[in-house]
Design a protein around this ligand. Structure first.
Ligand SMILES: Cc1ncc(COP(=O)(O)O)c(C=O)c1O
Length: 331
């Protein structure tokens, strides 16, 4: 598969000893995919290496990407497109009444000079024909558009996280780490699907635990095997996941996607104060809230070794009121 090598890899795998101590075990390591390097980094960089290479191979000159107002994918695509000499059209959606604050990712989109079209999306991820309409506008001015899948989550995006699995397995060997579990946030599910395909096809011995930030477990139980099965077929992988191989939790979403929860706020503050690492309020904060709760509920045992995949997203911190984010924690 063609790949545009723009990411700073391998990303670090670091022991989070102070967080681990504050929680009374287990051993926790951070896989720092917030440090992938382009456009302030995050998990989407790995996906975009493959998606953008495909777009270029198909002769595209303009990427069309959709997401929420504070989309990390939009920000990172806009930044990576600069490096690849591609134009970008961002189609950003939200439910009525949601603020379009010129802060965080949206501010960075502006600095990157990306064209932005705002649409009201109800339900949240239903962009209707707005992407096709923007593609028609690009064609009308002689351009060649490439519409990216939601969340960058097609087979190319999964390829990014199959490669990430190979990278981690090599790091586990080099550091003599034998993880029992890998924990990651789930939005569209592409990262989880890629990690699952990687684990099943490359021989990962850990359990892959996903913490949903938006979708229900029922939805993910249906959607992930289907999408990952298609990915496996297109990538020529022997092992296709079944629902019994999934471990996904939907108890940490709170009121809705992007809405702060007390547990997410605690996680953000605790990790900053113990490890000096910033989580984000939409994805990694909720994923960490799930990890902390599973430890407290003893569903994750004290003697396990857990790798937490930090997927980035920190610019969104600046789109929330400070009083809602800062809290006292007992460490
Ligand atoms: C920072 C961050 N973490 C995690 C995710 C979830 O990744 P996926 O959509 O592949 O499930 C996203 C997706 O937007 C993200 O931006």
């Amino acid at each position: 598969m063609p790949r545009l090598r723009l990411a700073q890899l391998p990303t670090p795998l670091e022991d989070a000893v102070h967080l681990s101590r504050a929680l009374g075990g287990p051993r926790i390591l951070f896989k720092r995919d917030d440090l992938t390097g382009v456009g302030l980094g995050g998990n989407k960089v790995r996906k975009l290496e493959f998606i953008m290479a495909r777009a270029l191979a198909e002769g595209a000159d303009t990427l069309i990407v959709c997401g929420g107002y504070q989309s990390n994918l939009a920000r990172i695509t806009a930044a990576m497109a600069k490096r690849a000499g591609l134009a970008v059209e961002l189609v950003l959606g939200g439910v009525p009444g949601e603020a379009q604050l010129r802060q965080g990712n949206l501010l960075l989109d502006e600095l990157l000079g990306a064209n932005v079209t705002f649409v009201e999306t109800v339900p949240r991820w239903d962009f209707g024909d707005s992407l096709e309409r923007v593609a028609d506008q690009v064609r009308a001015r002689g351009g060649h558009p490439f519409i990216m899948p939601l969340g960058g989550s097609g087979p190319e995006g999964m390829a990014g996280y199959i490669c990430a699995t190979a990278e981690m397995l090599a790091q586990f060997d080099a550091m003599s780490v034998q993880p029992d579990r890998l924990v990651v946030g789930i939005g569209s599910g592409g990262t989880y699907s890629g990690l699952l395909l990687g684990k099943l096809n490359l021989g990962g011995q850990y359990r892959l635990t996903g913490i949903s930030v938006s979708r229900t477990q029922d939805y993910l139980h249906e959607a992930i095997p289907e999408a990952a099965g298609l990915g496996a077929q297109m990538l020529g992988l022997a092992h296709r996941p079944t629902v019994s191989e999934l471990d996904v939790h939907d108890g940490y979403v709170g009121d809705s996607y992007g809405a702060l929860t007390p547990a997410c706020v605690e996680a953000i503050n605790l990790v900053a104060r113990t490890e000096g690492v910033f989580l984000d309020p939409v994805y990694s904060g909720k994923a960490m809230a799930g990890l902390i709760d599973l430890i407290r509920q003893r569903q994750i045992a004290k003697d396990e070794t857990v790798v937490f995949l930090h997927t980035g997203g920190q610019p969104a911190l600046f789109a929330y009121p400070p009083d809602a984010l800062v809290t006292a924690v007992t460490t």
